[in-house]
Design a protein. Structure first.
Length: 454
């Protein structure tokens, strides 16, 4: 870190930041009451609201969004005539998956190997802490030079669109000159990166029925249609032999122009086992930033332990499709639905339910705010220049904000670099990245305010 006063202040605040992140990670705030109590999300929302009040935010409110969750809002007025910047993060998290595979409890922030481990540490509770650190550093060094709105979403990971619908119904609430989405990440640790594109997504739940009830596999197997076998056959139709996504009518051959992702580096980041091939064709950047990707994220079937020799009458799976910029998520949903219905074997009865959708996003990285961010990142990361990359994940709110506020500049930064392993077991955050990105955000706010006065 440099000797800049902002960086010195952030460094001094890091022990407090760690303690606060530990408190926030402790909430099991998975926005799915079928998995975790709703009270955990409510408690996390209240923690975020209290943190904003402690920083002198006004109009702090828990917004009841149409999907049954709460987003937290606050406003910190700046000097007269100053621009307004909206800072975004989300406090809900992915479920921990197999807790036995975690090396430390998923909801207990644990320091190990110079990183802090815990569900949401990087995605995106750490993003909220990043915003607090930046604002506190500015307060200690002359004050916050812009008006700040903070919105912490409560159901981003579920893709249920609660905050998008709320923002559309209250269009003045999140209006800002510039929006900083703190939910992406650097290309690698130590390389300051803004995210230029996000893939959108659609989520479908498909159910196949073939029999009135389960049957003995010895008595009926070989002629009676097994729903689980039908589901396996159907899901296999979504990929070619080389693993390329193959949804009827969906374009799958776009190319990525820009920062490339070396295959060896990707294999390391993705922890691909020796001898196992990558899937798809084209460059790694093509595959993860410019092309659609289908994933079976869940399937209902009998577990191996306790399995009986039975033919299954019903099978169900949840399918995620990532949709790259340049394609429409609603159209992709129609194509995926039609594919699933057309490829079900043996006349199996098919029911498809949409459970989530978000459009892809492309930022205008030539906008003036990016100049302010580039300058800030060069100070926070001495010797490095700001890079831009794609991101395969989705933040559906981005397109809603871009539509509501077409004049606003939208920047995407965050803590979810590859080592963070977000959405997987043993998620972690680099405290060094948290520190440097907090410095960058603070300097960006100052640079941006000065550019508006010029």
């Amino acid at each position: 870190m440099t000797a800049h006063p902002i960086s010195e202040t952030v460094a001094s605040l890091m022990p407090r930041a760690k303690a606060e992140l530990a408190e926030l990670v402790a909430f099991q705030s998975v926005a799915d009451p079928a998995q975790f109590p709703k009270s955990e999300c409510e408690a996390a929302a209240n923690w975020v609201a209290d943190a904003l009040r402690a920083e002198d935010f006004q109009d702090v409110a828990l917004l009841d969004t149409p999907d049954g969750t709460q987003s937290v809002y606050g406003f910190l007025p700046g000097p007269a005539g100053a621009p307004t910047v909206l800072l975004y993060a989300h406090y809900d998290v992915q479920p921990p998956l197999d807790e036995s595979a975690w090396l430390s409890p998923p909801f207990e922030l644990t320091e190990r190997d110079s990183r802090w481990f815990g569900r949401g540490a990087a995605d995106c509770k750490g993003g909220f802490i990043m915003h607090l650190l930046a604002l506190r550093a500015l307060k200690a060094d002359g004050g916050v030079p812009v008006s700040v709105k903070v919105i912490a979403e409560g159901s981003e990971e579920q893709g249920t669109g609660g905050l998008e619908r709320y923002a559309e119904a209250h269009p003045d609430l999140l209006a800002a000159d510039t929006i900083v989405i703190g939910d992406t990440g650097n290309f690698r640790v130590g390389l300051p990166t803004v995210t230029a594109t996000l893939r959108g997504m659609t989520m479908l739940r498909v159910t196949l029925d073939t029999l009135e009830g389960n049957l003995h596999s010895g008595q009926f197997g070989g002629a009676a249609p097994d729903a689980l076998a039908a589901m396996i056959h159907l899901l296999a139709s979504l990929r070619a032999e080389d693993g390329t996504t193959t949804v009827d009518g969906l374009v799958t051959d776009a190319d990525w122009e820009g920062l490339q992702y070396p295959e060896a580096e990707f294999r390391t980041d993705a922890k691909v086992l020796d001898g196992v091939e990558l899937i798809g064709t084209g460059t790694v950047a093509d595959r993860i930033w410019a092309r659609p990707a289908v994933t079976v994220i869940g399937i209902d079937c009998p577990p191996v332990v306790g399995a009986t020799p039975s033919l299954q009458a019903t099978a169900r799976a949840q399918v995620s499709l990532r949709v790259p910029p340049g394609q429409d998520a609603a159209e992709a949903t129609k194509l995926l639905t039609a594919h699933l219905k057309a490829h079900a074997p043996w006349g199996a009865r098919v029911a498809v339910e949409q459970v989530g959708q978000g459009q892809p996003f492309r930022a205008d990285i030539s906008s003036p705010a990016y100049t302010s961010m580039a300058q800030a990142m060069e100070t926070a990361y001495p010797g490095e220049k700001m890079q831009s990359s794609g991101m395969g994940g989705s933040i559906p709110l981005c397109n809603t904000l871009a539509t509501l506020y077409p004049e606003a500049e939208i920047l995407l930064i965050g803590l979810s670099e590859p080592e963070a392993q977000i959405h997987a077991v043993n998620e972690s955050v680099s405290p060094e990245e948290l520190e440097r990105l907090s410095v960058a955000e603070a300097l960006f706010l100052r640079n941006y305010a000065e550019s508006k006065r010029a």
